[in-house]
Write a protein that binds this ligand. Structure first.
Ligand SMILES: [Zn+2]
Length: 256
């Protein structure tokens, strides 16, 4: 099948279902310049040990983590949603898909305008107090670190001083996945008749069990990724291309 035929088939499947769930991984954000924080070996990882994004490393030395977060902040805050994030948001607004489940912690789906977003691994755009659960924006937390408050400490909980440690909601190594997005994602996968995987090689457990949930309840599977995945043989349609290119061609094909 040519790429054009693959895009046509994808368009037909989306229009035929109108209830697809999109599942995204790091590959959708590489064209936004997002470094994959789970892949040591580039940039800041030469200076920092990857154990700082483990929960044990964070708890034993939060100051070091926030030094690292401060250094990465300009890269993260300048990253913008690309054509693929924007198309996912547009398809939801047009009532052609029913939400997006993501392994990414970059917050770009929400920034692109998607509203039904399930962030399986939390987010680096939000932080919470480990003591009382108070939510903070990372922009505010980074500002406080810049002013010398390192590590940043929770100010209050229901009017009382709290003093709890503040951590990004992104899941660190050694932490369990948060329950809410996981349960809602499983429900979504059970209900859907079409699951579209974008930019995930489906290697990370337990997120990679979600396509299994969808397939077992009779859903079709589409995979758009540059790499091979363990689910390729079970996919109705496989497109080995960059997410942004597929998005560009699909948008034209569907006349959106
Ligand atoms: Zn607190």
């Amino acid at each position: 099948m040519t790429l054009d035929e693959q895009i046509q088939k994808l368009a037909d499947m989306i229009l035929g279902n109108r209830s697809a769930v999109v599942f995204t991984g790091a590959g959708i954000s590489t064209d936004s310049g997002i470094p994959d924080y789970r892949t040591p070996g580039s940039g800041s990882w030469e200076k920092y040990d990857s154990s700082i994004v483990s929960i044990q490393g964070f708890l034993s030395d939060p100051t070091q983590y926030f030094n690292y977060a401060l250094e990465m902040y300009p890269i993260r805050s300048s990253a913008k949603p690309n054509k693929a994030h924007l198309l996912v948001a547009k398809l939801e607004k047009e009532d052609l898909i029913k939400g997006v489940i993501t392994q990414n912690v970059d917050g770009l789906h929400l920034e692109a305008g998607s509203s039904d977003v399930h962030e399986l691994h939390g987010s680096l755009r939000r932080a919470s107090c480990l003591q009382c659960g108070q939510i903070y924006s990372m922009d505010d937390i980074i500002q406080r670190v810049q002013k010398g408050e390192n590590p940043p400490i929770c100010e209050e909980f229901e009017g009382q001083p709290c003093q709890g440690l503040i951590k990004p909601t992104a899941v660190f190594f050694g932490e369990a996945l948060p329950k809410v997005p996981w349960d809602s994602s499983v429900d979504k996968c059970k209900d859907t008749t079409l699951m579209i995987v974008v930019g995930s090689s489906l290697q990370v457990s337990p997120a990679n069990s979600l396509p299994d949930v969808a397939l077992k309840t009779g859903s079709e599977l589409v995979i758009i990724d540059l790499m091979d995945t363990p689910f390729d043989s079970r996919a109705t349609l496989l497109i080995n291309e960059r997410a942004v290119l597929v998005a560009e061609l699909l948008e034209k094909k569907m006349g959106l």
